[in-house]
Design a protein. Structure first.
Length: 117
């Protein structure tokens, strides 16, 4: 379920950058970059996966790896290479990679309590 938006930057393998306004989606596993973002920064697909949409429809999408910069941190993360009409989503895998957790009550990101046990 989408709750909030956050601005970030997607960086391609040669340093090209694009600004992105992500919808934070607690139901999304991977982050998604729209076609208008990932193509200009030079991302290339590395594999394909099947995803289930909220209405139960199954779709095939290409996956790549991208360096994402958010106000709360930055790192490489897997991303879905969106097709025309897809919107930017910030998924839970990216949040976990960055060590962040979303607080739905305050609609803010916070550092995750990291366990080493």
């Amino acid at each position: 379920m989408g709750i909030n938006f956050i601005d970030g930057v997607a960086r391609g393998p040669s340093g090209e950058e694009a600004e992105v306004c992500f919808l934070m989606d607690s139901g999304a596993t991977y982050s998604l970059l729209p076609d208008s973002v990932w193509r200009p920064i030079g991302l290339e697909p590395t594999r394909e996966m099947t995803f289930t949409l909220a209405d139960g429809t199954r779709v095939e999408r290409q996956i790549s790896r991208c360096y994402l910069v958010l106000p709360q941190g930055e790192d490489y993360t897997p991303v879905i290479l969106g097709e025309p009409g897809d919107e930017a989503l910030l998924g839970v895998v990216t949040l976990e990679i960055l060590g962040l957790v979303f607080n739905p009550f305050s609609r803010t990101l916070h550092p995750m309590r990291m366990m080493l046990a």
